[in-house]
Design a protein around this ligand. Structure first.
Ligand code: ADP
Ligand code: ASP
Ligand code: MG
Length: 406
């Protein structure tokens, strides 16, 4: 008998029929003798709809109340799934994050899980019940409802799997695994049977939303076996996230990630003296804005240009902060662009292969795509380009590195 945690995303529970389909799958697993904990998201579009309602009242909703609001989406699907299971003769019980006691810090909208009380869930499993848990939510020490960030149901599932020491955490979604790149952007994308944890972490952090980054981090920390699968197909092994390096030589590149939520800002003609970076980025950090890539030019006239990227949703706020800094420092001007994207190549094989960056740059140049910024780490290379080149760039790189082939 195995203990399995299954997670079904928004599209997979998007209608009553789909919830019944999920119930059938869960029952199958349960009938085969396994203990099953199911984590579900809200019906697709529901979280956005709820956020939209809040924005009709205010463009700066109180974050505690926003969490109370958006967590209702998952409360609907846990109840419906438990009913569908009961209707099929499968004993099931639903729990909100607070009822399980998924304890988080109090950072509303991006809370981190500190602890999970598994007593109630274990008691139900022992009694032969399927346990249905609301994804994306928890409670802080005071009992306030919190949420784990968009896509956070993945993290709930992995955290439950870690707390229960489950045999496997299965993430069921609308694609049948992790691909070399988003199959919606490049039809040539190929499904990977396995991907190393390290690569998955990079792919997720560079924008591949198939798994929430925190879920991958959590799986790594607790060594929780993790698999991505289709909720619509019965066949298939999906993609296994592996923790040990394979003996075989790793592929040069495993995948291409991209992020559309990017914007860049440049402050020009800043007097170049010690503390420039701190003076520019300090106020940005104080405004709670996360900075991603940073480039500082060499000065030739005693001044320097400084460029950095932020999340597109922070663009306007960051520009205001930067303008104030520019006035204080006597900089020449502030310019910005929120029509950019970041495209990244990821692969552990990069460590042992030279020339990948130059092949990437040549491919983009052959397509007439101008690279605006570059950053690299041991197993990734990222470039910033105009957003109109996203599809072209991803497809050209996918072909240049022959990712469609095994
Ligand atoms: P869910 O609602 O089930 O959590 P998501 O929309 O969050 O589903 O994640 C699944 C989507 O991730 C897919 O539909 C696909 O478009 C996208 N995606 C992005 N990058 C990849 C990738 N490398 N492999 C597979 N899917 C990807
Ligand atoms: N419903 C939440 C969201 O849309 C959490 C999730 O789907 O994982 O972000
Ligand atoms: Mg998701």
């Amino acid at each position: 008998m195995a203990l399995i945690v299954q997670k079904y995303g928004g599209t997979s529970v998007g209608t009553v029929e789909r919830i019944q389909n999920v119930a059938r799958r869960v029952k199958q697993c349960h009938d085969a003798g396994d203990q099953v904990v199911v984590v579900v998201s809200a019906m697709s579009g529901e979280t956005n709809r709820l956020i939209g309602l809040a924005s009709e009242i205010t463009d700066r909703p109180n974050l505690r109340e926003l969490d109370v609001l958006v967590t209702t989406g998952e409360q609907v699907t846990i109840a419906l799934l438990a009913m569908a299971l009961q209707q099929m003769g499968c004993d099931a019980r639903s729990y909100t994050g607070g009822q399980v006691r998924i304890l988080t810090d109090n950072a509303h909208g991006k809370a981190r899980i500190n602890d999970i009380d598994d007593a109630r869930v274990r008691a139900d499993l022992t009694a032969g019940r399927v346990v249905v848990v609301a994804g994306f939510q928890g409670v802080d020490e005071q009992g306030n409802i919190t949420t784990l960030g968009r896509g956070g149901s993945d993290t709930t599932a992995v955290a439950m799997a870690a707390a229960l020491k489950a045999d496997e955490c299965q993430i069921f979604t609308d694609v049948d695994g992790v691909y070399t790149t988003d199959p919606r952007v490049d039809p040539q994308a190929r499904k990977l049977d396995r991907i190393t944890f390290e690569e998955m972490l990079e792919m997720a952090s560079l924008g591949s939303k198939v798994l929430q980054i925190r879920a991958v981090e959590f799986a790594g920390k607790y060594n929780a076996p993790l698999r991505v699968l289709s909720s619509f197909e019965d066949e298939g092994e999906g993609t296994l996230i592996t923790f040990e390096e394979e003996g075989v030589e790793a592929a040069k590149i495993s995948g291409i990630a991209f992020n559309r939520d990017e914007a860049k800002l440049t402050i020009r003609g800043v007097p170049d003296e010690p503390g420039v970076a701190y003076n520019i980025l300090g106020p940005i950090g104080e405004a709670n804005i996360e900075v991603d890539m940073i480039v500082q030019n060499i000065s030739n006239d005693g001044t320097t240009d400084f460029t950095f990227t932020v999340n597109r949703s922070d663009y306007a706020k960051a520009k205001d902060v930067l303008q104030r800094t520019a006035d204080e420092l006597g900089a020449r001007e502030v310019i910005g662009d929120d029509q950019i994207v970041k495209i990244s190549l990821v692969g552990v094989g990069m460590r042992s292969h030279a020339g990948i960056a130059s092949q990437m740059f040549r491919t983009l140049s052959d397509e007439g795509i101008n690279i605006q910024m570059i950053s690299t780490s041991e197993i990734k290379i990222s470039v910033v380009v105009d957003e109109k080149y996203l599809e072209l760039g991803v497809r050209a790189l996918h072909e240049a590195f022959s990712l469609e082939k095994e």
